[in-house]
Design a protein around this ligand. Structure first.
Ligand code: SF4
Length: 366
C-alpha cells in the first residue's frame, strides 16, 4: 500500500465519506489508532450525539449440547457428556421468576447450541413461556445458524420458521454466528454450521419480514485482514439492501479451551487491535446506526475505552453468560445498571437506557 493510497483514505475518513475496501486496507496498514479514533468518534457523534446506550437484559442459554462440533467453540459438548445441560420449562420458569423482579427488564436474549433431538416445538414454547411471564420485554433470540438448523430439522422454510417464532413473540434476532462470512474461513473454524450464504439469506429473510437483527463479526483467528475487512463490506451491502441491521457487534476470538486455538496456537488479540477494529467498523459501516462494545467479550475497562473509538452502546446487564466464559473470558457474568451508567458518564457521554429497538425507556432521556 503506497503513501498516496493512505493519504487518500485518510482524507475520506476525515470527511466522513464512504470507504472502499482499498481505503480500509490502507487505514488498517497505516495503523494510526488515534487518528482512527478521532474519525470514528466524529461519525458516532454525527449519528447519536453524546448519547451512549445500554439496556437491562437477561441472557439465557438453553443448551450446550450441539451437533456441530465447531473448532472455534469451547461451549458445546456431545450428548452424554457430564457438562451437558438442557433447560426445561421448570428451569426457565425459575429464571423468569427472578427476571420479573428486575426493574424495567427490557429484553431477554436467548442463544443456544444445535441440540440433536430437541424439536422446534420446544423452542416455540420457550418463546411463548417468556412472553407470558414478561409481556413487556422484547425477545431477542436465535442466531441465523439456529434458524437454519430449525429449518433443516423440520423441513420447513426459513421464512416459515421465522414467522412461527414471530407469532410466538420473538421480536428480533441477535445476529450471531456470522463469524467471518467467507467459505474458506468457515471450512476451518465451523465447517458444519450454516454457510456464509445461508447466514446472509436468513438475515435478509428476517429483515424482509420486519424482524430486525444485529450484525456480528468474530475476528482474530485464522482469517486474513482482507477477509476480515471484506466481511464488514458484505454487511454494509446487506444493509444498503434491507436496512434491517440495528447494531454491529464485533467479538475478539477467545481461543482458550478450543481445538482451533490449540491447533493454530492462537492468542487473544490485544487491545490495540480491538480498538482499531472498533474504529474501522464505525467508519466502514456508515449505514448501521449503532456500534456495540460488548463488555462481556471485551472486559468492562476496554468496553468503556471503546466509547472513545466510535462505540455508542455497552449492551446490558446480562445476568448470566455461558458461551464466552466457556472459552476462558474472565469478565463478570452480570453488571448493575448504575455501574453501566457510571462507566458512560466517566467517558463524558450521556447514558440512555434503551429498549431492543433503541427507543429510550425513560422520560427525558433522548
Ligand atoms: S459455535 Fe454454536 S454451532 Fe458451533 S459448536 Fe458451538 S454451539 Fe454448536
Amino acid at each position: 500500500m503506497n503513501s498516496e493510497n493512505i493519504r487518500a483514505a485518510r482524507e475520506k475518513a476525515v470527511r466522513g465519506e464512504r470507504l472502499e475496501l482499498a481505503d480500509a486496507l490502507a487505514l488498517y496498514q497505516d495503523n494510526d489508532l488515534l487518528f482512527l479514533a478521532e474519525c470514528a468518534r466524529s461519525m458516532k457523534e454525527r449519528k447519536s450525539g453524546k448519547s451512549v446506550f445500554y439496556n437491562v437484559n437477561r441472557h439465557i442459554n438453553l443448551t450446550n449440547i450441539c451437533t456441530s462440533n465447531c473448532p472455534l467453540c469451547a461451549f458445546q459438548c456431545e450428548e452424554g457428556d457430564e457438562r451437558g445441560f438442557v433447560l426445561e420449562a421448570a428451569d426457565i420458569a425459575k429464571i423468569l421468576e427472578e427476571a420479573q423482579s428486575v426493574e424495567n427488564l427490557g429484553e431477554i436474549h436467548i442463544v443456544s447450541a444445535l441440540h440433536p433431538h430437541k424439536e422446534f416445538s420446544y423452542y416455540l414454547s420457550v418463546v411463548r413461556q417468556v412472553k407470558a411471564a414478561l409481556p413487556k420485554a422484547d425477545i431477542k433470540a436465535f442466531t441465523p445458524v439456529e434458524i437454519v438448523h430449525f429449518a433443516q430439522m423440520t423441513g420447513q422454510s426459513v421464512e416459515k420458521i421465522l414467522l412461527l417464532l414471530k407469532e410466538a413473540g420473538l421480536s428480533s434476532l441477535p445476529g450471531g454466528g456470522a463469524e467471518i462470512l467467507s467459505d474458506r474461513v468457515r471450512q476451518i473454524i465451523c465447517p458444519n454450521k450454516a454457510t456464509a450464504d445461508e447466514w446472509i439469506s436468513t438475515i435478509k429473510t428476517a429483515h424482509k419480514l420486519g424482524i430486525r437483527t444485529n450484525a456480528t463479526m468474530m475476528y482474530g483467528h485464522i482469517e486474513t485482514i482482507a477477509e476480515r475487512l471484506q466481511h464488514l463490506f458484505t454487511l454494509r451491502d446487506i444493509q444498503d439492501e434491507t436496512h434491517g441491521f440495528q447494531a454491529f457487534v464485533s467479538f475478539p476470538f477467545h481461543p482458550a479451551h478450543t481445538s482451533l486455538g490449540e491447533k493454530y496456537h492462537l492468542q487473544r488479540t490485544g487491545s490495540w487491535e480491538d480498538m482499531k477494529m472498533l474504529a474501522l467498523s464505525r467508519l466502514i459501516l456508515d449505514n448501521i446506526d449503532h456500534i456495540k462494545a460488548f463488555w462481556i467479550m471485551l472486559t468492562m475497562p476496554l468496553a468503556q475505552l471503546a466509547l472513545g473509538f466510535g462505540a455508542d452502546d455497552l449492551d446490558g446487564t446480562i445476568g448470566e453468560e455461558k458461551i464466552i466464559h466457556a472459552a476462558g473470558a474472565k469478565t463478570n457474568t452480570g453488571i448493575t445498571r448504575s455501574r453501566l451508567r457510571q462507566m458512560i458518564l466517566e467517558a463524558g457521554y450521556l447514558p440512555v437506557e434503551r429498549d431492543t429497538f433503541y427507543h429510550p425507556v425513560k422520560e427525558g432521556e433522548a
